[in-house]
Design a binder for this molecule. Structure first.
Ligand SMILES: C[S@@+](CC[C@H](N)C(=O)[O-])C[C@H]1O[C@@H](n2cnc3c(N)ncnc32)[C@H](O)[C@@H]1O
Length: 184
């Protein structure tokens, strides 16, 4: 999806999208650099948008792994389906709170890693708490929850659920972004 279309779709849905620019190549690369792809058979992406991080995940994923990518915006889902053709990708046009339901539906019990761009700052607190907690419960020991944010306002959410987290910074993005890495 080009920048203008992303901008227009974001402006129409600012509260759920949480930004007006898609993640830069540098930010996408930084996000996926914290994922152990060698030992990941099932990766969950939350808030896939137009698929910009999705493509980076698929590039690094094992040939026999599966990516479940959750996105609530129908236009973004349509764009992913049109632009990415990869049998390892399952686009879930539904809310991230339904991760357990879709995991079971596709015959999986455990998540190896989560990559998320969900705008937790603008989602209700209880919803954010429940999504992160549910993912942690389903993740393997040692699995990582990698999250992008434009501020550290929600840092406590991850600390409360995972304990200590690592925080990285990518300046080559508009706006500059934090990458939070929590390990189970
Ligand atoms: C900050 S954008 C990130 C888009 C893209 N991954 C990127 O990095 O450019 C957040 C995305 O989360 C989606 N989203 C918001 N709430 C959601 C939910 N409950 N479940 C799934 N996706 C959601 C929005 O529609 C939006 O596309």
């Amino acid at each position: 999806m080009n920048k203008l279309k992303f901008l227009s779709e974001s402006l129409k849905n600012l509260k759920t999208v949480g930004t007006v620019t898609r993640s830069s190549q540098f930010l996408c690369e930084k996000m996926v650099s914290y994922v152990d792809f060698e030992n990941s058979m099932l990766i969950v992406e939350l808030g896939a948008g137009d698929g910009v991080i999705t493509e980076h995940i698929l590039k690094k994923m094992r040939p026999d792994a599966i990516l479940l990518a959750f996105e609530v915006n129908p236009k973004f889902c349509e764009n992913i389906r049109k632009s990415i053709s990869d049998p390892r990708l399952i686009v879930v046009e539904d809310s991230a709170e339904k991760v357990p339901e879709y995991l079971a539906k596709h015959g999986h019990k455990q998540i190896d890693n989560v990559v998320s761009a969900l705008p937790f700052v603008s989602l209700p607190d209880e919803l954010g708490d429940s999504i992160v907690r549910t993912c942690k419960d389903l993740m393997k020991d040692g699995g990582r929850f990698v999250q992008v944010h434009y501020s550290l306002l929600t840092r406590k959410l991850y600390e409360r659920i995972f304990g200590e987290i690592d925080i990285h910074y990518e300046v080559r993005n508009i706006p500059p972004a934090f990458v939070l890495v929590a390990e189970k």
